[in-house]
Design a protein around this ligand. Structure first.
Ligand code: MG
Length: 450
């Protein structure tokens, strides 16, 4: 090797190229004697990481705030090193726990914690049939926990592994309603006073017909716990709510409404056009998955920004609408699509179609899931807004280190990994409970697809 070639290469590359047997000669060439080389320790960043394997996986169920939450804990061969991931499918919690305990344990124990992409794909196809919410949530628990472990191993918050911060914290929206339009306006003002700049509003039940005594109940039809909605009244009530809030609260607040897929696509077009004058930040979930064929017509019929869709399960459900620019915000439920790994792919894909993220984040996303979402949102460029909520006192005891909301911004702490933990003794105080059903019906008892 010519000296000028060596000058172009780093010392490490030279050693690698020449091999260990030539190292002493090379050190001499570089002006370092053997004694100096022996006392110079390899910097920690050059040492790499010792291999770590999965020792155990368990599902922890807890309901500190009523909703059944499932958190996966992955323990490793390194004493004290573990990761947490959200696998919450609150409506079928026991089924997810079975998938984790009966299938994931055997599959994962002894595997390298580092190869997250391979682990994700392996488990994804291990059942041959895939893409269901039960198995996707189970994978999410594993996937998010492995990212938490990777962050702890790197001694960095997970967002650093995703590219670092694109913003100091996450603007967050909160949801309000009220018994009357006056109460709704008052509640919006209260949230604005707390610093929220984004607020999701719902019209009062009295205006949307949900308090009426429906015909199907008198006829003895339906189940206990079913709710009723008068679709025509609801479609009229939403612009009334927007009008009242805009008039009383001004333009310095971004307004959102969630249709929750419950109306006919033609009614959704009517509603979106009726609220355009009130400048919504977005209207959420106008179409049910069964009505995906309406995307083109919906988009061509309105200028209102659209967010979609917490019911998405599999990339094939949203790839085509995204590539056709049919909506403006993507709203996947991160654990439902399989965790942080697929969510990052969705987010990066969305960036190239001008679509921003607003991940689904209600009370049935665990604080671990909210935190994992937040690490994604801190890192990506095309973040829209975070659906947030302040965690209850009980949740904070179960989940030490949970994020906080200040002045409408969602803040994580900067500890390695996600920076959130679980206190299993506290979690055990809130065991899984049977979840009742609250489905929605029309007057005649027809079930409404959310
Ligand atoms: Mg929704």
């Amino acid at each position: 090797m010519e000296p000028n070639e060596v000058m172009k290469m780093g010392r490490r590359d030279v050693l690698k190229t020449l091999g260990i047997g030539s190292a002493i000669g090379t050190l001499g060439f570089l002006g370092m004697n053997g004694a100096e080389a022996a006392t110079k320790e390899t910097p920690s960043y050059q040492k790499g990481l010792a291999p770590v394997t999965i020792k155990s996986i368990k599902a922890i169920i807890t309901a500190p705030n009523n909703a059944n939450l499932i958190v996966v804990k992955v323990e490793t061969s390194e004493p004290g090193l573990y990761g947490l991931g959200c696998a919450t499918f609150t409506q079928r919690a026991a089924a997810v726990v079975t998938a984790i305990e009966k299938y994931m344990q055997d599959f994962c124990v002894g595997k390298d914690v580092d190869n997250i992409e391979d682990m994700w794909n392996s488990f994804y196809v291990s059942s041959y049939w895939r893409n269901g919410p039960v198995l996707n949530n189970a994978i999410s628990g594993l996937d998010q926990a492995l990212w938490d472990i990777k962050g702890k191993r790197a001694n960095m918050p997970v967002y650093q592994l995703l590219g670092g911060k694109s913003r100091f914290a996450l603007p967050t929206y909160t949801s309000v309603s009220g018994d009357s339009l006056e109460a709704l306006v008052e509640n919006v003002k209260q949230r604005m006073a707390l610093g929220y700049k984004f607020i999701k509003i719902s019209p009062p039940s009295s205006l949307s017909g949900t308090l009426a005594s429906p015909d199907y109940v008198e006829a003895g039809y339906g189940y206990a716990g079913d709710r009723h909605i008068d679709i025509a009244k609801y479609v009229r009530a939403v612009p009334q709510a927007f009008e009242a809030v805009r008039k009383e609260c001004g333009d310095d607040v971004e307004l959102i409404h969630d249709i929750h897929e419950k109306i006919h696509p033609s009614d959704a077009i009517t509603m979106l056009n009726s609220v355009e004058q009130y400048r919504p930040f977005f209207m959420e979930d106008p179409l049910s998955p069964e009505n995906a064929g309406w995307w083109k017509q919906l988009r061509e019929s309105t200028n209102v920004p659209i967010a979609m869709g917490e019911l998405f399960n599999n990339i094939n459900e949203y790839l085509e609408p995204m590539s056709n620019h049919y909506f403006d915000f993507i709203r996947c439920h991160v654990s439902q699509i399989g965790g942080l790994t697929p969510a990052m792919k969705v987010a990066r894909l969305a960036e190239w179609f001008g679509i921003r993220t607003v991940w689904h984040g209600p009370g049935d996303t665990s604080p671990v899931g909210h935190t994992a979402q937040a690490h994604i949102d801190l890192a990506i460029w095309n973040f829209g807004v975070k659906e947030g909520r302040d965690f209850s006192e009980n949740e904070r005891k179960v989940f030490p280190g949970a994020p906080t909301i200040k002045n409408g911004y969602f803040h994580i702490n900067e500890a390695p990994g996600y920076g959130i933990d679980i206190d299993e003794k506290e979690a055990a105080k809130y065991p899984m409970h049977y979840r009742g059903y609250q489905q929605i019906r029309k007057d005649d008892g027809t079930i409404i697809r959310p």
